[in-house]
Design a protein around this ligand. Structure first.
Ligand code: HEM
Length: 81
């Protein structure tokens, strides 16, 4: 508890390019996925979520609804909202 820095959604929106870093949110957690963008099995579609919430996209692409995907995402956590 309290181990992660707190960010606002506005701060997250500033990170939506590889140059500025690519951040996303899932629930109340913030992830810096910059290093994963080039590894994504779904290619550059991942950039649609850059700077915002994953939920609307993962609702459309249910392939993400698996434990191994959540564990992978967890490796990139940098903060909380
Ligand atoms: C597939 C991770 C964001 C679209 C996958 C897979 C992983 C993954 C691990 C392979 C799953 C499997 O086959 O078991 C992630 C992570 C994301 C992210 C960590 C964000 C941090 C997105 C977004 C979209 C998307 C935002 C769409 C707008 C897809 C598609 C596939 C896929 C279409 C299927 C690719 C295929 O099998 O041909 N993603 N994803 N992903 N992802 Fe993502």
């Amino acid at each position: 508890v309290g181990a992660y820095p707190i960010f606002t959604r506005e701060e997250v929106t500033k990170h939506r390019t590889l140059q500025d870093g690519v951040w996303v949110t899932f629930g109340d957690s913030v992830y810096d996925i910059t290093d994963f963008v080039g590894l994504h099995p779904g290619g550059s579609k991942i950039m649609l979520a850059a700077g915002g919430a994953l939920e609307p996209f993962w609702a459309m692409y249910a392939v993400h609804n698996q434990q191994h995907v959540l564990e992978l995402l967890g490796e990139y956590k940098v903060g909380e909202l």
